[in-house]
Design a protein around this ligand. Structure first.
Ligand SMILES: [Mn+2]
Length: 435
């Protein structure tokens, strides 16, 4: 900005190291509040750098240099509510702005910007919230801005698969598509591992993976070294997380030149609050995606393991999923007896228990129809039951339960403590868990 221009009086900033949702939020809020000028952060994710290169001439983003010493009367903060994440901008200002308004969806982030008014974002991406505001206020959004916003929504919702995704994210996408957003360009921005160094890091993270159990949660951990801090590490972690069948992934990156550390975590479990785990390391983010940057010589690995030991909520296990009050059959029951039981109860299967309480097998509706075809409804159920029963233990994780049920295509999974039947998990129990 040349000396001839007046210093801007009203600004929009996002969090440092801009990601796509942050850029989308900047662009949309610039459309919503045309008297406010958006400012870009010093660092940006590789995908954002690419977007800036493609659209630079259409995105009038100010730089830190432009706002040095400015005392804005009004500041809009998007995609963060944390003071530490807008530090570079606050440091550049001559004075703290009088009016600060925050548009953010990081519900678990501490809102510690003094005097700021928070407009709570209720969707999986802040770009969705601001898109719907544009729609509702009749604010025009050009195709380029729509493309960037669309990329932000895809990125922050993990292609609409994160638990935080709402119908509003979809509504916003629909509206942006009507404004001419380019899916082709979004695909380009979202393609992972664009740098050779990212591919290398990807393989090293995978190569160093180990699995540990903390309070029933199975956590995949990996520790790698980088010569210097490079952009795009989080994208690599996302890629590993997308490919690996794990519930929680935590990667520690030791950065050699300055002796700093970066911890990036991803979780698919609502019960596993990553933000809480990384809090003592100064982490920020969401329950499902958080990271921490730790300066200097600290044994971050040990601290992390210690913190994981104190994960607050135990993992769900077979015990949480099962019904303990199991209706069972005995070996002297006939197929007809079982058929009547199923009809009366609506069950589609039951364990067969002998007089000593041992599990002899499982008998299901499928077995009834087999016997009916053979005209053998009076035969004992032992003639038609499944003897090789797939079972699990009360302490098995949901993932292990899943493996048993889906891997062997069984609709009833007995939960055994040694030879004693303690419960039964049905397809219905399993589906309830996912609803
Ligand atoms: Mn966001």
């Amino acid at each position: 900005m040349s000396e001839n221009h007046p210093k801007p009086d009203a600004l929009i900033v996002g969090h440092g190291n801009m990601d796509l949702d942050c850029l989308g939020s900047l662009v949309l809020s610039a459309a919503l509040f045309p008297n406010h000028k958006p400012v870009r952060s010093r660092l940006a994710h590789p995908a954002v750098k690419e977007a800036l290169t493609v659209f630079a001439y259409k995105l009038p983003l100010l730089t830190l240099k432009d706002i040095k010493g400015v005392a804005p009367s009004s500041l809009i903060v998007v995609d963060t509510r944390s003071k530490s994440r807008i530090r570079e901008f606050l440091d550049a200002f001559g004075e703290v702005p009088e009016t600060i308004t925050i548009y953010d969806h990081h519900r678990n982030e501490e809102a510690d910007i003094p005097g700021a008014r928070l407009v709570e974002g209720r969707h999986g991406s802040e770009s969705a919230t601001l898109t719907l505001m544009c729609r509702d206020t009749g604010t025009a959004v050009r195709p380029d801005a729509a493309t960037i916003a669309l990329a932000g929504i895809y990125a922050d919702t993990g292609n609409f698969t994160h638990n935080t995704t709402t119908p509003g994210d979809f509504e916003a996408v629909s509206w942006l598509m009507e404004r001419g957003a380019s899916l082709k360009m979004v695909r380009r921005f979202l393609r992972p591992l664009r740098e050779p160094s990212q591919a290398d890091l990807f393989h090293r993270i995978l190569g160093n993976l180990s699995w540990r159990r903390f309070h029933g949660h199975v956590v995949a951990l990996s520790r790698v070294e980088l010569e210097e801090q490079t952009a795009g590490v989080a994208e690599v972690v996302d890629r590993v997380f997308a490919d690996e069948p794990v519930d929680v992934l935590i990667v520690l990156v030791d950065i050699r030149d300055k002796g700093n550390h970066l911890v990036i975590g991803r979780s698919r479990k609502e019960r596993f609050n990553l933000l809480e785990v990384l809090a003592t390391l100064g982490g920020h983010g969401h329950i499902a995606a958080a990271s921490a940057f730790i300066k200097g010589d600290r044994d971050v690995w040990s601290e992390l393991l210690q913190q994981l030991e104190s994960v607050p909520v135990d993992a769900m296990t077979a015990l949480d999923l099962m019904s303990g009050d199991v209706t069972s059959l005995t070996p002297d029951n006939s197929v007809m007896d079982a058929s009547i039981l199923f009809e009366q109860t609506g069950f589609s299967g039951a364990p067969v228990i002998d007089t000593e309480g041992n599990l002899m097998g499982m008998f299901s509706l499928r077995d009834v129809s087999k016997a009916r075809k053979a005209d053998a409804m009076k035969a004992p159920i032992t003639a038609y039951m499944t003897r090789r029963v797939i079972s699990c233990s009360p302490g098995d994780t949901i993932r292990e339960v899943e493996r048993h049920m889906l891997g062997h295509n069984v609709g009833h999974l007995p939960v055994m403590e040694g030879i004693r039947l303690v419960g039964l998990i049905t397809r219905g129990d399993y589906k309830k868990f996912y609803s």
